[in-house]
Every structure is written in C-alpha cells, then in structure tokens.
Write a protein that binds this ligand. Sequence first.
Ligand SMILES: Nc1ncnc2c1ncn2[C@@H]1O[C@H](COP(=O)(O)OP(=O)(O)OP(=O)(O)O)[C@@H](O)[C@H]1O
Ligand SMILES: [Mg+2]
Length: 374
Amino acid sequence: MNCFNIFTSKRHKPSPNKSKPSTARSVKSSSSVDSPRSIVELYNERGHNLRKFSFLELRNATDNFNRSLKIGEGGFGSVYKGSIRPVAGHGDPLVVAVKKLRRNGMQGHKEWLTEVQFLGVVDHPNLVKLLGYCSADGERGIQRLLVYEYMPNKSLEDHLFYRSMPLIPWITRLKILLSAAEGLAYLHEGLEVQVIFRDFKSSNVLLDEKFNAKLSDFGLAREGPQGDHSHVSTMPIGTYGYAAPEYVDTGHLKTNSDLWSFGVVLYEILSGRRVIDTHRPQSEQKLLEWVKQFPPDSKRFRMIMDPRLNNKYSLSAARNVAKLADSCLRKNPEERPLMSTIVDRLQEAIRESEINNISELRSPLPEPSTRRMV
Ligand SMILES: Nc1ncnc2c1ncn2[C@@H]1O[C@H](COP(=O)(O)OP(=O)(O)OP(=O)(O)O)[C@@H](O)[C@H]1O
Ligand SMILES: [Mg+2]
C-alpha cells in the first residue's frame, strides 16, 4: 500500500535539546545525559559506520538494476536483491537489498536523508540494518539509494495477503508481533532521543530467515516532542488506514500515534484481512468497522479469525490480542498503552498459546529453502 502525502511534510529541524523529554516512562540508555542529543548530533557521532557506495558499485551489485532481481516497489522507488563485496574486499559476497529512489518520487530526498540519519543512529535486532547508501548528483540527475541487510522472508504484508506465500501459523504470528513491538518499544522508550516511527504497517515489518520481525522504512520517522511539548506538529503524512485519526485531523504527532497503527496491524494479523480492502463487500471493506460486530468477549468473536489458520490457535489468547488491539485503537490517544506494556501482553499471549499446546506447534513452516521466494 502506498503512502499518502497530503501535503509536503514540513521537516522538523532538530533543535539543541534544552531538557530531557518529560516522559517519566522513558527508559533511558546508559548514554543518557541531562541534555539529550538530537538525531543529527547522534548521527554525526555514529553515522560514519555506514558505508558509502558509488552508483557504479550498486549498479554492478544489481546487474544494472535487472528486473529479475526486483523484489519490491513502494512509494520511495524499487527494491532489488543484490550482492556486494565485503568491506575488507575478501570473503563471500554479501546479499543485500538495494532501494533506489524513483526520480521525482513522492517520498524523495528528504525521506532518504531521514532514513540515513535515523538508521545510522539506532541499533536494535528488530530494526532493519542499513549497511550504507549512495548519493550521487551527476549529468543523469540525482541518484539516491539505500543498501540494507537482505530479509529473505519479505514482509508481513506479503505473507498475510498473498495466497502464494506460505501460511504463517498462530505462534509465529504472535512472535512476529512481539518482535515488531520490541522494535517500536526501543524507539519510544529505549533511546536517548524518543523516536516516532510514523509509518507502522504490515509492509514495513520485514521478516528474517527465522521469521523475526525487523521494522523498515524510517523515511517518515521523527524525533518525539522535547521538553514540555506534548506533541510534534507536522503535516499529516503516512499511510491511509494505518495513521491515527487525531493525527490525520490535527497533524499533532505523538508516540501514541504509532500505537494506533500497531492496533491496526494486530487486527490484520488476527483476521488475515487488509485494513482497507475494496475487493470485499461494502460492509467488510473497512476492517476496523467490520471487527466491531464481533467483540473479543462475544460468542461470535471467532468470525474475525483468519480462516487460513484452520482453527489452529488459542481462542483465549486471540481474544486477549483483540482486547489489546482495542486498547491501541482508543479514540483518546492518552488512553492507549505504552509499547512496553504491549510487549508484556504479547509475551503472555505466547505463553498462553504454548500452554494450550495447540496442534500447529507440531506443524511448523517448511524450511526456508522450500518456501517460494521471489
Ligand atoms: N531489506 C529488505 N530485504 C528484502 N526485501 C525487502 C527489503 N526492503 C524492502 N523489501 C521488499 O520490498 C517491498 C517494498 O518495500 P518499500 O518499503 O519500498 O515499500 P512499501 O513498504 O511496500 O510501501 P511504502 O513505500 O508505502 O512504505 C517490501 O514490501 C518488501 O517485500
Ligand atoms: Mg516499506
């Protein structure tokens, strides 16, 4: 699903921070100091770990951006599977994903820069690793590319909504949610500077060979509010269906906006349905409206569950996940839970499902080599 870009996003210029963010809930890293540094300052300190590629290197890495190596397409541009030589120049080539900015692409240079800056600073097993970038301005126009670790199992969106992809069993779904939640909790609560992801959706949850989730696409990420400010003011930007309604209405961005998007993905994973699906009957097109008819404690709750799961899930854990989704989708953003609370609840749901010893645990996914990949 592509991003909407209602207006051009007014970039928040990182200002020297005068005081700690007022969130008592923040778990600060050991590097926390009285005046937390901005992303730009942190980037200037840490960003040199990123490798700078020439355009030629990336062209060679992707066989001249060969169509057969194309693995995806988004608002930023096309994504190719590629192969680069290791840093020291010897050893096995490294398989990577190369994202190439479409010229005059909507997300454009600003998002490219934001992505480089944020991913140059953050470091967590549930965030995709940016290996390097290419920025070249020449006769052939501007070239902006990003080079990431390659995620062999594509995105959660691919698995949930494309019938050609293997089914994700219940426990794996919960573990994907847990690892994605851990990534978001780190951004919200685990860094010196609070980071709002702003574009949480199933296509931005990438899956590694063991189906661990890693969040990708930091082009819309923002630093959280500083000092006494309760929110960051921006022009609404994000993806239809996933963006929190109060953010779309006011442009006031908070970490709680990410919680709304997380609630949407919780329902997508329970139901196997897209948040907006115009191919369904009118009354079922909007997932959040449709699920309201089947509340978590009702007898008809099972109706929302993905039929591809074949009833192989823990009903009580599923009800609890739906309740968790409802708490993320509260109209009042202040009433939404913290990401660290979501992490705890998902761990409970996993324990509950494992205790129920459901049969799907005995029929895991096939080995990666037998899965159908692009
Ligand atoms: N590091 C990666 N490894 C493997 N596949 C990737 C990687 N990054 C992206 N992809 C693939 O490319 C697809 C497109 O990604 P991209 O982030 O450009 O667009 P999107 O998330 O679908 O849409 P949007 O631009 O609105 O965020 C992903 O869904 C995924 O299948
Ligand atoms: Mg994406």
